[in-house]
Design a protein. Structure first.
Length: 232
């Protein structure tokens, strides 16, 4: 991307607010568990394709529920950046009394993956619109089963969605990978994450705060060099 602040791009992203809010609420109403993200992955696929982004669906050798969008910048060659969001919800009964309350009794987007998916779609939409300013490639990864793992139908191993996609080559040729997670309490997420962080893979946690309409939203970014290999 070009250096410096791009007011026009930020304006464009800002204008997506209503659309993205609608997508997030739609996802919130239709939460899906683990690998059963049929509706969510179809919605993601349809939107990415409508914005002219190349889509690979059914990613994951074992469960095949991941979606990967690839955007080739037209400003020249450059690195491949991977941006990742999770799509699955939790087996929790929603008690919120909101117009977009979960329609699936006992299932809820209680961890914010509806927002993560909508946010990554917003980034994809914006970057696709500005692809003439992008050098290199951007890979948008939408992952199922972040909240747990299931035994593989192929070999019986317990597999989460991230590993299923990685074993299907989603990290190949990526120069840098970024994932984010909104949180109410960065401390609690940090404590939850520390025991499972792959320190030896030099993952880096970054904390940023975004302020929107008077609400401060802490976000955690996990940055990981692509040298990470499954099974190491
Ligand atoms: Zn989560």
């Amino acid at each position: 991307m070009g250096a410096g602040h791009d007011g026009k791009m930020m304006d464009f992203a800002g204008e997506l607010h209503e659309e993205l809010s609608g997508i997030r609420r739609d996802l919130h109403q239709h939460p899906e568990l683990l690998y059963d993200v049929f509706r969510t992955s179809k919605l993601v696929t349809d939107l990415l394709e409508s914005w002219g982004i190349e889509v690979r669906r059914n990613v994951g050798r074992h469960f095949g529920m991941g979606v990967v969008g690839t955007l080739h910048g037209t400003a020249g060659s450059g690195p491949t950046l991977l941006l990742r969001a999770d799509m699955d919800a939790l087996p929790i009964r929603e008690e919120n009394d909101v117009s977009y309350r979960s329609k699936h009794e006992g299932v809820m987007h209680a961890c914010g993956h509806d927002a993560h998916t909508a946010m990554l779609l917003g980034a994809a939409r914006t970057l696709a619109h500005y692809r003439h300013r992008v050098r290199g490639t951007i890979r948008f990864v939408f992952q199922p089963a972040e909240e747990g793992a299931l035994p593989s139908p192929l070999d019986g191993r317990l597999l989460s969605g991230g590993r299923d996609m990685i074993e299907d080559g989603v990290l190949e040729h990526a120069d840098q990978c970024y994932a984010h997670h909104g949180c109410r309490s960065c401390l609690s997420v940090r404590l939850a994450c520390i025991p499972v962080m792959p320190w030896r893979h030099q993952a880096i946690l970054e904390y940023i705060s975004m302020e929107s309409r008077g609400i401060t939203v802490p976000l955690i970014w996990l940055r990981m060099p692509s040298k990470w290999q499954p099974g190491t």
